[in-house]
Write a protein that binds this ligand. Structure first.
Ligand code: DC
Length: 236
């Protein structure tokens, strides 16, 4: 788990609240660096989908434990992009429904699920050359990550982005309602008992409010390249 050793590359943690642009940014940064992108939110979603299909309640810890014990989650990379696989089935699209988002929020608060995914995430990431995006990567999953980013944007900006997404899908919420919903979800993610959303003390803050994607990427890439250079020098 220690960063900087004889790995294929660095371990990079990107945490932050919903709507900060984490997925877009981490995917693009992984492409720039030639790193593997690990979307840990998708892993929680895959557990939620499997639970829903199996009729396991989001608060049934024994049922969830059994389900996790027989669940294999993987990322398949076809044409450079990543499909989420649960027991061999491509669930990439099925995990993106509002119903699954809601259930994921519940099951991601269960310790039994977090413990299971903690191991899976560490196994996937420990070889290095990876960017993991989530809520507790820099604080819990890889507290020794080589580079940690805390990516955020103002609640108004995140609400506005979400509102545009919803409007494009034909959903009819007002901007004010959407901003309030984002603020509520922040509170839920930050207030839960297990692995709440928290900025690691040694994370680099990146506030994407008013910045273009490329501006954010340039900043992050510069920091990663510098770290790669320092570690390469230290190894000589
Ligand atoms: O990033 P996302 O919207 O796909 O995340 C889905 C849910 O999973 C969200 O409610 C937060 C939770 N999550 C988590 O608790 N820990 C992570 N490392 C990633 C996501």
């Amino acid at each position: 788990m220690k960063g900087g050793g004889e790995k294929a590359g660095l371990i990079i943690a990107v945490d932050g609240p919903s709507g900060a642009g984490k997925s877009t940014i981490t995917k693009a940064l992984a492409d720039r660096l030639g790193y593997v992108h690990i979307d840990t939110g998708a892993m929680f979603r895959a557990v939620a989908l499997t639970a829903l299909r199996a009729g396991v309640d989001g608060s049934d810890d024994e049922g969830l434990a059994r389900l996790c014990a027989s669940l294999e989650i993987a990322f398949a990379r076809t044409n450079g992009c990543c499909r989420v696989m649960a027991n061999g089935e491509d669930v990439t699209d099925a995990i993106r429904t509002p119903e699954i988002s809601l259930l994921t929020s519940t099951i991601s608060a269960r310790k039994v699920v977090r413990d299971f995914l903690l191991e899976v995430q560490r196994r996937m990431g420990r070889a290095g050359g990876v960017i993991l995006e989530g809520r507790d990567i820099g604080t819990v999953v890889f507290p020794d990550a080589d580079v940690k980013f805390f990516l955020t944007a103002s609640v108004e900006e995140r609400g506005r982005r979400r509102w545009l997404e919803l409007a494009a899908r034909g959903e009819q919420l007002t901007l004010a309602e959407t901003i309030a919903a984002v603020a509520r979800r922040d509170e839920q993610d930050s207030g839960r008992e297990h692995a709440p959303l928290r900025r690691a003390a040694d994370a680099v803050d990146v506030d994407s409010t008013g910045l273009s994607i490329d501006e954010v990427l340039d900043r992050m890439e510069t920091i990663v390249r510098e770290k790669e250079r320092l570690l390469a020098m230290a190894r000589q």
